[in-house]
Design a protein around this ligand. Sequence first.
Ligand SMILES: [Zn+2]
Length: 194
Amino acid sequence: MSGTQPFSQLDPAKLALVRYPHPVLRGKTRPVEDFGETLDRIARRMLELMRANKGVGLAAPQVGLSLRLFVCNDTGNEGDDLICVNPTLTNPDGEVEADEGCLSIPGVTVPMRRAARITLLAQDVLGRPFERRADDLLSRIFQHEYDHLVGRLILDGMSEAVRLENRRAIRTLEEEYKRSVEARPRGAKPTARR
Ligand SMILES: [Zn+2]
């Protein structure tokens, strides 16, 4: 699913995780312009997929949608679900390194240097703006998910040593993707499903 189909015709129930090296993970995202019920259902489906896969964040390209949208939850309590539409990040402060994984790149762990604190400016599903200053895990999640919206992955800054550690997992994902593309019937539209 390339995200080019009309928003209202999207069936959120059909959204599924896409994995590296699916090209949608490297594509450009466009701003969300349609607020309301469909957007809410998409975001709820993303939260469901995030939770089912034991993640703390999920960006729209990870379900095959080239939209500026991500969801996250840094505590595991449903009350802390956060839906971030058209987000931007400002006022980074400090720096801290920690290991990160990615639901689209299972089996791969990369130490990532991130701003220790950052401010998110975003909209909710109704288009109402909000602001959130974050530190610790939430700051890291914001930066990881924002990277997805500009086509950046944790693979991009790997040192040679980290690349070697993850080489097998990356190769497995590349081979799985190649097989899934080859198995697709001729002329079939690429979909978000694996
Ligand atoms: Zn990720």
